[in-house]
Design a protein around this ligand. Sequence first.
Ligand code: ZN
Length: 128
Amino acid sequence: MLTHTGGCHCGRVRFEVIAPAMLEVADCNCSICNKYGYLHLIVPGERFKLISGREALTTYPFNTHTAKHFFCSTCGVKSFYIPRSHPDGISVNVRCIDGGTVESVSVTPFDGRDWEKGRAEFRETTDT
Ligand SMILES: [Zn+2]
């Protein structure tokens, strides 16, 4: 486990996340993740720290409103959010982690279109 840093494009939103150097991430095919090309690194809430940019975050609520889709109001980048599959956790966008600390990224497809089924399968592979 080590501390990765990352953030949005303009730099207002900065965070730290504690995770292995070899990351396992989920590629979700739901309507929103598909458009973002978002790659999910899901961690328990206590392993994520927002360093700056809370005031820059705008929320995009849709569907059940369980998920909190945060994006930077300046540059529009969605660097992390609270996922519907793990309301006590944080999903960090691996594409927004700074280079240097990540050794490898292995991507697992997540069936977000068939959400209930996808979540059941995904929960079996994550401990959060
Ligand atoms: Zn930004």
